[in-house]
Design a protein around this ligand. Structure first.
Ligand SMILES: [Zn+2]
Length: 248
């Protein structure tokens, strides 16, 4: 049985039998894996505190021939989302992990996706504001998936997207104000500025990048459409986040 050691992000876990868990994790070098963590559900397990979604860890696992499930040997956390400087961001951890899980190809390395997820863990520890971090993450994830429309030119006339842009109803393109039909999702100058800045900075610098609640909503609406079209479904964790906000 070949044993592999890797840097990884924990994405989610499932119960397995009485005492074990199945752990879904994204490795830097060999893509997404599912592994059995023996005894992880026992009270005094060596995995206690190591399997929270969005934990970055060193892992070792055995791969068995003809089997999709690997067997975890150890998980040693190097950074936990529980070290996040802002409590708000903890509400987003499940959402970030679910999005990465949905976008990560099985057993196929995607180092850029791994690096994005890993930088998110660092940004949470650095105190990046939850809303900015969520919109930044969605932008980069969709961009890496090749589905983010151009921020530079209008998909209608090819002209420059100036101060603002609009996503037409039931579409995933960005149009300039002259081309935009009525009833689309408007992205204000502030939202466009945030996106353009997001293309150039690491997420731990989001602390100094302003994003008003209104611009955050505009981006959230546009990103939700891009994500649901791309994944052909709406994520459960995204619905939960919206409901939590309505209660507050
Ligand atoms: Zn146009």
């Amino acid at each position: 049985m070949p044993v592999y050691q890797a840097e990884a992000l924990i994405l989610r876990t499932y119960k397995l039998g009485e005492a074990d868990r199945i752990v879904v994790f994204l490795t830097r070098d060999r893509g997404k894996k599912r592994g059995v963590a023996k005894g992880a559900r026992r009270a005094r397990s060596r995995y206690t505190g190591a399997l929270e979604p969005m934990t970055r860890a060193g892992v070792a696992y055995y791969e068995r021939e003809q089997r999709e499930l690997v067997r975890l040997n150890f998980v040693e956390p190097t950074r936990s989302p529980l070290s996040a400087a802002s409590g708000d961001v903890l509400g987003y951890v499940g959402y970030f992990a679910e999005l990465i899980d949905e976008c990560a190809p099985e057993a196929h390395a995607d180092e850029r996706l791994y690096r994005l997820g890993s930088s998110l863990v660092d940004a949470m520890a650095a105190g990046a504001p939850a809303e900015s971090l969520a919109r930044y993450f969605e932008y980069w994830l969709l961009k890496l998936q090749g589905v983010y429309p151009s921020l530079r030119s209008c998909s209608g006339c090819g002209g420059a997207l100036g101060e603002g842009a609009s996503m037409p109803p039931r579409d995933t393109i960005l149009l300039c104000q002259a081309c935009a039909p009525a009833g689309g999702t408007r992205l204000s100058a502030e939202a466009m500025t945030f996106l353009r800045r997001a293309t150039t900075i690491a997420p731990d610098h989001l602390v100094s990048l302003a994003l008003s609640a209104r611009a955050a909503r505009e981006l959230e609406t546009a990103h939700r459409r891009l994500i649901s079209v791309h994944l052909e479904k709406e994520l459960k964790s995204a619905r939960v986040l919206r409901e939590m906000r309505q209660i507050r």
